[in-house]
Design a binder for this molecule. Structure first.
Ligand SMILES: Cc1cc2nc3c(=O)[nH]c(=O)nc-3n(C[C@H](O)[C@H](O)[C@H](O)COP(=O)(O)OP(=O)(O)OC[C@H]3O[C@@H](n4cnc5c(N)ncnc54)[C@H](O)[C@@H]3O)c2cc1C
Length: 374
């Protein structure tokens, strides 16, 4: 019998936990390292902010998950990959040996320094403590005597739209009118969900308008200061609370050797998800920079992270059995946008979905992910 190989996985997000779930064979001695004790179901974060989901729907215990899967779990932050001696160094001084390494450390929200003073407002919705702080801010806002309150969301992509609509619905349920507390959604392009289909954009605009959300399009944010957001057309929007969702970037994870990275600090991988130049190191999910045969770059989505994890699970088994590895092929299964109040819109498997059916389909997709913790 062949000796078990040490497989070290950094990151217990969508990519990391799906990989563990998909790995069938027992030929690896697997360790998962995650900087927090829990997995965050990021695709439901907007609903947590909007009060439509609870903490138990979002946070899943990684220690428990690993125990069920026969995997060791270490709660620590990887800071350096010493590829020369096949070791990962963690923040708390641990040194972890590996035969195969998978980097699945995801991405954080982007707070570009080109926006003056942005760091004073950089609460990352992907960080549990920041989510708690945002909830506290919301509760304080409800109690404050301030007139004409405004919750501003910068970034009108899927995340920003979903958060704006959930907050609008939450305020309505609390009996707070749009004149008492408004919601502003600011997008630098001419429409929300830039790059999406015309139907999706129109339905989303319509949902925002019906929810009383003020939409600002076509100008970018230049500065945030003294509770004012300044735009490139020299106008400004006063706010009481702000959330910034304008993209993602990966945190720096150092290698001992020289390594090529994308401008978002992602590791550049080949068609087999192998980090270029490193035979036994792989990257999957948001932290991986993957170019398709057509030359397009895959967007950071849970959908892609899970598909990459499943391909890598097969490839690791193939490597162990000395079989050829598969090329990763992304299959876009669709996009569903939550519109709050049990409604959503989008397409899945080439079919358009609206209202209640789209909402339930989105919850089903989510349940298919979270069932791996059961
Ligand atoms: C509000 C919102 C809605 C979204 N909606 C959708 C949607 O509808 N559909 C869709 O496909 N995608 C959606 N996404 C995007 C999706 O959530 C991400 O693409 C997905 O989380 C990426 O998975 P990942 O495993 O690469 O990274 P993550 O899920 O971010 O996981 C990375 C993990 O690594 C850990 N980690 C990071 N650095 C270290 C380190 N140095 N050492 C140890 N551990 C570390 C983190 O704590 C985390 O647990 C949404 C995102 C948000 C925020």
């Amino acid at each position: 019998m062949k000796e078990k190989k040490k497989l070290l996985i950094l990151g217990g997000g969508y990519a990391g936990v799906t990989l563990i779930h998909a790995l069938k064979m027992k030929n690896f001695d697997i360790t998962l390292v995650n900087q927090t004790p829990f997995h965050i179901v990021q695709t439901e974060i907007h609903r947590l902010l909007g009060g439509a989901a609870h903490e138990e729907d979002i946070y899943f215990d990684l220690e428990e998950f690993c125990e069920k899967k026969g995997v060791s779990f270490i709660c620590d932050k990887a800071i350096l990959i010493n590829d020369k001696v096949q070791k990962v160094i963690c923040e708390h001084g641990r040194e972890l040996k590996y035969d195969y390494l998978v980097i699945a450390t995801g991405a954080l929200s982007l707070f570009p320094h080109q926006i003056e003073n942005i760091h004073a407002y950089s609460k990352d919705i992907k960080v549990a403590q920041h989510l708690k702080n945002l909830e506290n801010e919301f509760q304080s806002l409800l109690k404050s005597k301030e007139k004409e309150k405004n919750i501003a969301i910068i970034g009108g992509g899927l995340t920003g739209v979903e958060i704006a609509l959930e907050y609008a619905s939450r305020l309505k349920k609390l009996g707070i009118s749009a004149t008492q507390c408004s919601i502003s959604l600011i997008e630098q392009f001419e429409t929300l969900l830039p790059g999406s289909s015309k139907e999706l954009i129109l339905e989303t605009h319509d949902a925002c308008d019906k929810a009383g959300i003020k939409r600002y399009h076509g100008n970018f944010v230049t500065k945030i200061e003294n509770n004012n957001i300044y735009l490139s057309n020299n106008s400004s929007i006063p706010f009481s609370m702000v959330i910034i969702t304008i993209g993602v970037i990966c945190e720096e994870l150092h290698f001992q050797s020289e390594i090529q990275k994308s401008n978002k600090n992602q590791f550049i991988v080949d068609k087999h998800l192998q980090v270029k130049g490193f035979e036994n190191i792989f990257a999957i999910g948001d932290v991986a920079y993957f170019e398709t045969d057509e030359g397009s770059i895959l967007l950071p989505t849970a959908q892609n992270a899970k598909q990459q994890a499943k391909t890598l699970a097969k490839n690791l088994e193939n490597i162990f059995k000395n079989k050829p590895t598969l090329e990763y092929k992304y299959k876009h299964k669709g996009t569903l946008v939550d519109l709050a109040k049990n409604e959503a819109v989008g397409d899945a498997f080439g079919v358009q979905f609206h209202g209640n059916s789209a909402y339930y389909l989105k919850r089903t997709v989510n349940a298919m992910h979270t069932r791996i913790f059961k």
